[in-house]
Ligand binder design. Structure first.
Ligand code: ATP
Length: 262
């Protein structure tokens, strides 16, 4: 696969959220998982989302990617408003725009590696480009395992298949929810290197939720969330500085929650 095949044209923005709010439940038991979040990410950037447990990281990823619909606010992907409708419409909208990588890989155990990579195309009713599948499997170093099933692969290899599946439609945006959470250090490094390559070589935009300061240090910047709000941004993060900020943030949030509960 040549760089010219896949590089994305620079545009004004890859992702924009405007005053996105998401509440769960009603009345006294309502939880504001996101509370008026606005952000703009430039193309070909790598952003990590961090924050204490329950701060809204997964909800942010789900709302930004169309897996979930915000209660209020708007989401734009490459300047185009995210559309909600039937599953088919949403799947079509995402194709070529959005790729997902999850902590638990989410591969279909009965399908081969190649069939797993081709699945998003099939679901979107698009012809499966065998050459493209082979190219992305080569990129993640697994074309020689294309006829194996996920159960025959290590966790790190399964996550590399999931990366290939996310890349096959050449999306402008890749959302990763704790992509290294279930992996050992070496396998995690392989996945982070692939995400980094997507940004630096292929011009894609990566948004990654992580608890791991080392994983976050691969990003260009870290957005910190607390209680459903963006409370900080760190450019050129190092693992040590990220770890320190996370400790501070955890203490602040715990202090606020204790104050509310007393
Ligand atoms: N489906 C749901 N129903 C009710 N409350 C929910 C639901 N999903 C999330 N929440 C609540 O919204 C808040 C934010 O959740 P979210 O999963 O986005 O946090 P997070 O930062 O990803 O947490 P973690 O790091 O623990 O995965 C939490 O208080 C959570 O309990």
């Amino acid at each position: 696969m040549s760089r010219a095949d896949t590089i994305h044209e620079p545009g004004a923005e890859a992702l924009r959220l405007v005053s996105v709010t998401k509440r769960y439940g009603t009345g006294g038991s309502a939880v504001a998982a996101l509370n008026g979040v606005s952000l703009t990410l430039a193309p070909a950037t790598f952003t990590a989302i961090m924050g204490p447990s329950g701060s809204g990281k997964s909800t942010l990823l789900h709302c930004a990617s169309g897996l979930d619909q915000p209660g209020e606010g708007q989401v734009f992907i490459g300047g185009v408003p995210l559309r909600y409708g039937s599953e088919t419409e949403v799947t079509r909208f995402r194709r070529g725009r959005i790729g997902f990588i999850f902590q638990q890989f989410n591969l279909m155990p009965a399908l081969t590696v190649r069939q797993n990579v081709a699945l998003p195309s099939r679901l979107a009713g698009v012809r499966v480009d065998k050459r493209r599948c082979a190219d992305v499997l080569t990129r993640v170093g697994l074309d020689h395992r294309r006829d194996h099933r996920p159960g025959e692969l290590s966790g790190g290899e399964q996550q590399r298949v999931a990366v290939a599946r996310a890349l096959v439609s050449n999306p402008t945006l890749i959302f990763a929810d704790e992509p290294t959470g279930a992996l050992d250090t070496r396998a995690a490094r392989d996945i982070l290197a692939l995400l980094e390559e997507s940004v630096r070589v292929f011009g894609q935009t990566v948004v990654m939720v992580t608890h791991d300061p080392v994983a976050a240090s691969y990003a260009d910047s870290v957005l910190f969330l607390a209680d459903g709000r963006i409370v900080g941004r760190l450019a050129d993060p190092t693992a040590a500085v990220v770890a320190e900020r996370m400790t501070q943030l955890g203490d602040e949030v715990a202090g606020r929650r204790a104050g509310r509960d007393s």
